[in-house]
Design a protein around this ligand. Structure first.
Ligand code: SAH
Length: 368
């Protein structure tokens, strides 16, 4: 028997094609989107605006399948983390961060990550596979199911950031399909301002994203010169800073609506936090509309990095602001449940054997 199609991971176009193939009218796709994503109904029998015959046909050839939540952790600051079980012993993490007037969901795109940023816990886990579109959008479905609406009837999850485990632009098609569903009014209806994709800088895919899906863009810059960025964000060896910033310029060009790029900059003591780094940052960002988000480094087991002092982070930020840049310090949230930026690890059955190699390298350093 061939496997039934999981309708959870089809966007409007995908569902329309699915219905046409079944010999049905394409408008059925909108009805299905609403049932699945708005009302979170997973049983075809409950889809009362479809004929009984169609419901039975759907039951035969398709399904609405969600991954299973293994654990839910709630932080003392209200942050929540779900550990979601996938096939073959893998698990991913999704984090909800409540703030005044909004609630942000941090969504994962891969099991582990194939990139090797030295300060990121996910990178140490190695890589297993891409998430499919259903597994990506399921994270929002699950959060909505758990959090529902506030007393005024508004959804508690108002914003989504593709900032969980993985590099979203390295899983391009599935991430686009999932973001289409998040944006679609028949799906989650999240505006592009409230949907942000963060990338370490896969330049050709930034140009493609501009064409394919209207979302806000964040880049993980973390260094103001290539020598340092080559080391701490090694994808820089392939796409150096000048190329990355040129792609960002193209991303905002010609469209008044895409007003700025968010620049993420993790504060690592003695590594990238000197006043010279701040000056370099001002110089390289001067022609690009940006908002700089300084992220206090979140430690994880086995790391040698330390977070910059509070004073240094403040001085760094003040310097940027004095030079006319917009800079904020990201509040650390959920660190008591290991849910802060860069701490997401899940369970990754590492196929790249990187975690093993990295552990060996650490031993070499320790026992030298
Ligand atoms: N791969 C994408 C999506 C991850 S977003 C990207 O690189 O943008 C997660 C953000 O947290 C990135 O900016 C990442 O660089 C940052 N980060 C990673 N490890 C961190 C740590 N230990 N402390 C603080 N921020 C970290």
């Amino acid at each position: 028997m061939t496997r039934r199609t999981n309708l959870l991971g089809l966007d409007l176009k995908g569902l329309e094609a699915f219905f046409v193939e079944l010999g049905e009218k394409p408008f059925r796709a909108r009805q299905l989107l609403q049932w699945i994503h708005k009302y979170r109904v997973t049983d075809f029998a409950e889809m009362t605006n479809l004929s009984k015959a169609l419901r039975e046909k759907l039951q035969e050839v398709s399904e609405i399948r969600l991954p299973e939540v293994m654990h839910e952790h709630i932080s003392r600051d209200g942050t929540r983390k779900w550990i979601i079980k996938l096939s073959c012993g893998n698990a991913i993490e999704t984090v909800f961060i409540p703030e005044d007037g909004r609630g942000t969901l941090c969504v994962s795109s891969q099991v582990g990550c194939a990139l090797t940023c030295t300060f990121c816990s996910t990178a140490q886990q190695g890589f297993n596979r891409n998430l499919d579109a259903a597994e990506i959008v399921a994270q929002l479905w699950i959060a909505n199911e758990a959090l529902g609406k506030d007393p005024k009837g508004n959804r508690v999850v108002t914003n989504v950031v593709m900032m969980g485990m993985g590099e979203p632009l390295a899983n391009y098609n599935n991430v686009i399909t999932a973001m289409n569903l998040m944006r679609d009014d028949f799906g989650y209806g999240i505006s592009w301002r409230r949907l942000t994709l963060s990338t370490s800088g896969i330049v050709p895919m930034i140009d493609k994203l501009r064409e394919d899906c209207h979302v806000s863009l964040a880049i993980s810059l973390h260094a103001a010169n290539d020598e340092l960025r080559d080391k701490i964000v090694p994808i820089n060896q392939k796409y150096p800073i000048a190329e990355l910033l040129a792609a960002c310029k193209r991303y905002v060009a010609g469209d008044q609506k895409r007003r700025h790029i968010t620049v993420e900059y993790v504060m690592l003591a003695g590594v990238n936090d000197s006043m010279q780094d701040a000056r370099d940052l001002v110089r390289i960002l001067k022609d690009l509309p940006t908002k700089i988000n300084l992220i206090p480094f979140n430690p994880f087991p086995g790391t040698d990095y330390e977070c910059s002092s509070r004073n240094q982070i403040e001085r760094f930020k003040q310097y940027l602001m004095d030079k006319g840049l917009v800079a904020t310090v990201r509040k650390t949230r959920g660190d008591d449940i290991v849910a802060a930026c860069g701490q997401l690890a899940g369970e990754v059955q590492d196929k790249s054997r990187r975690s093993e190699r990295m552990a060996q390298q650490r031993e070499v350093v320790l026992y030298r």
